[in-house]
Structures are given as structure tokens and as C-alpha cells.
Design a protein around this ligand. Sequence first.
Ligand code: NAP
Length: 479
Amino acid sequence: MVQSHLLQNLCGYIDGQWVGAAASKTFEVCNPATGDLLAVLPNLGAPDTRAAVVAADRAWRDFPSLETREGWLMAIHDALLREKQELARIITLEQGKPLKESLVEVDYSAGFFKFFASQIHNLAPSPLGEKIRGASWTVHHRPAGAVGLITPWNFPLAMLAKKFPAALAAGCGIVTKPADLTPLTTIALWHILDGLKLPPGVANLVIGDAAPIGDVLCTHPAVRLISFTGSTEVGRTLIKTTAPHIKRLSLELGGNAPYIVMDDADLTAAADALMANKFRCAGQTCVCANRILVHAAVADRFASEMARRVSALRVGNGMDASTEIGPLINRAAVEKVARHVEDAMACGAKRVAQASVDASLTGTFYPPTLLDHLAEGSAMQQEETFGPIVAIRRFETEAEAVALANSTIYGLAAYLFTADVSRIERMSRQLSFGHVAVNTGTGPTPEAPFGGMKQSGYGREGGIEGLLEYCEPQTVVVA
Ligand code: NAP
């Protein structure tokens, strides 16, 4: 079982109190690298979620000044950095990613607290300069109200850090529900919040089965907005369940990112960037390249650059300093990746390289694999693989590359490698993705808005747009 000074209370947190420690219904959290049991947690249900919503609804109505909220955000930022090693250890234990990636995740998360603290002055009332119809007009940014924040398992801290500080900055009362596979990092964050003595009700945490918790968040009249990061399938359920209640939704859903390598690209740079982009978190990120589209004229050379790199990857327990790739999150994830590889090979793809997985590893590992000659009709073309597979699909023309890239229901992230400046302008305009990275595999940053087009969702996180998601503009006209 995991021991940590940030996990002394293994339960939820409602209205300033740890709750549910004695609950009879429980669920287990296990380490995907070893299968070891990390914790047994209470399964909080609808009544606790309703209590959390009531507390959050009371709290936002009595929120303090912008300056106080800015102070809270910076205090949390500082505490995250103080507890960086311990938070990273907990992320790796429950999620499996290499410790060095978890350390980066803590830094990245802290960055959102700092950024939204720096933007909070934008929420001050803004008077229109001139009198209109003889009256003074002022635009206020009121808090959205009580909000539900639902997060996935791949970045247990970062996915919440994109939402929580923006909601707090805006003055909302918060109810968070983390993924059941990785709730310990969120509980650790609540130990930090508890130590900072935020007013009761401001930040509430419920853990347990998604359906009853989600149902309360979707239907309770006090919840004004739900911000959700997860699969497109669950996003659709939230849209349906909230529709009769007309709630605001911010949806960060699935991705199926194209990674386009043109014939004039720097192939070494494109291969290096793909390794970092594709294998982070063992390929389980919404922004990681899923469809590798390579111009036929350079595809053989690119495949051999990648083969060398993929074969050399070191797979292991994320707590070992030499590990570059950890396990997948669970057995179902391994089965999905194996199914995608079998399907691709049945459609004609060839396995070019594969890293080895030591037989002593008992967790849910899948060997990083390079496939070439991916064919039309393969499942990987349409579904997120969410695993350490690079599958190269060849194309002949720029128009074909754009058409292939856009031939998906998703529109989250896309990558393009080319040396041609006019092509960069032309192709980035044609790509229907919220994030287009050119000659780099980099993902989002706190300072810029990030979110999806098409069925990757709506709403933005990061940037001033990510703060305004949690505000209700209200115009007050005084005659
Ligand atoms: P998921 O199955 O959709 O779950 C996400 C969260 O929703 C979890 O907390 C889950 O709880 C909860 N949930 C499930 N059913 C619910 C319901 N009926 N009502 C309310 N909440 C419900 O997704 P995942 O497997 O954790 O994450 C992987 C997916 O997230 C991928 O598709 C990935 O692309 C996407 N993602 C998107 C972004 C982005 O920025 N767009 C970022 C990261 C990940 P339980 O764990 O208890 O089931």
C-alpha cells in the first residue's frame, strides 16, 4: 500500500472536511507496472455528490476579492513546486509513466496556477468609455457558479490543473471527480489545499463510480457548468444528460492526431520529435501522433530513422531511472493496442521494428512497435490507439496529405514537418485541428488556448480563453 504524507486521508473532501473514510462500498487503485495494490478508497455516491454541490454553490456566492484569489493561486503554485518530488512519485505509482515525465507534469501543472494568477486582473469590471443612451455601461465577469470538473487518468495532475485554477480565479465553487484508475494524485492535491485553509466549500472532491456522480453533476440545478476531459463517447453522454437542464459544457475529448512528414522535411528532426511526442506516457495522450503520414519519396529513409530509435527504447517500471516507456494503464488498454496492431497487419502493414520487454516485468506492458505501409481501412486510421505504436501511412501529394489528415471525426492536434514557408501557411489553414504544430512535436502551454474542433469537443483550456470559460459576462447599465 502507498504511504505518503500527502495521502494521510484516503477519501473524499466536502465542505472543508475529509469524508467517506468509513464507507462500506470501496474500490481499489493498483500500480500498472507491478499490479500491486496501492490503496482501497471509499466509493462515494449520489448523496455525497449532492452535498459537495450544495457546499460549492454556497461558497461561490461569497467569494473574496480578485487579490485574495490571486494569492490562493500563487500559494498553490508554490506548494506544488515544494511537493514536486512527492507528487511525481504518486503520479508514477498510480499512472505508470516514467518519474522524469511525472516531474515535468508537476512543473507544467504549476504553470497553469501561475498563468491564471497573472490573468486575474482581466476579470476586473470594465466600464465602456462613453455614455450610451445617457447611461453608464459596465461589463462584469461573474463566476459561472458551482462547477463540476471531471478528469481522465493519463495526466492525473495536469488535466485538473488546466481547469481548477481557472475556475478558482473566476470565483467558482468546485466539485472535482478524478478517474477511478488514478485518484491518488488528486487526493494528494487536496491535502495541499487543506493545508492552505481555503474557505469550506470552495474546493470539493468526490471519488467513486462515475455514473451516479456524473448524474448528479449533470442534473443538479446548482451546477452551472461541467468541464470534462475524457473520451468522445462519455462526452456525448454528458451532452445528452445535461441537455434538458441547459448546462454549459467545456469538453476536451479524444484526438487522432496526424503527423505529416513532407518530402522536404528535416527527417532527423521529424524522427526525434516523433519519438518525444509519440512515446510520452507510453502513447496514451490525446495529442500524441496516431496517424504518421509520410511522403512516399522519403518514407523508406524515415522508417529506417525511426526503426533505430524505436528498437532502442527502454521499457520498464517508471520508478527506475533508466525507463523511457512505462506500462499501459490496464489490461484493456493492452488488448486494444494488440487488436489495432493485428488489424493493421491483416490489412497489409509490415512490422519493421519492436523494442523488447523484459520477461520479469509483470505489469500491463506493450512493446513499442514500428509498422510501415499502413493501409486504408485500418482501425488505426479512425480510432485512437492510445499506445506505443508508430504506423506509417504513405502519401504522394500535399492535397492527399491534407485530405488524409482531415479524414477523421477528431480535430484536436496535428503536426507538420516541411521546410517550405508558403506550404506552412497553406496547410495549417487547411488542417481542421485546434492545435497545429509545425516542425515541432510540442503540445499545449498555459499561455495559449488549447481545445478541439469537430468531435474533439468545444471550449478551450489555457490562455485568457481558458479563464473566460468559467465566467458569465454580465452587463450592468446605470441611468
Ligand atoms: P473516459 O473513460 O471518458 O473517462 C474520463 C473521466 O470521465 C473519468 O473520470 C471517468 O470516471 C469519467 N466518466 C466516465 N463515465 C462518466 C459519466 N457517465 N459521467 C460522468 N463522468 C464519467 O476517458 P479516459 O479513458 O479516462 O481518458 C482517455 C480519453 O481522454 C481519450 O479519449 C483521450 O483522448 C481523452 N483526453 C482528451 C484530452 C483533451 O485535452 N482533449 C486530454 C486527455 C485525455 P471513471 O474513471 O470512474 O470511469
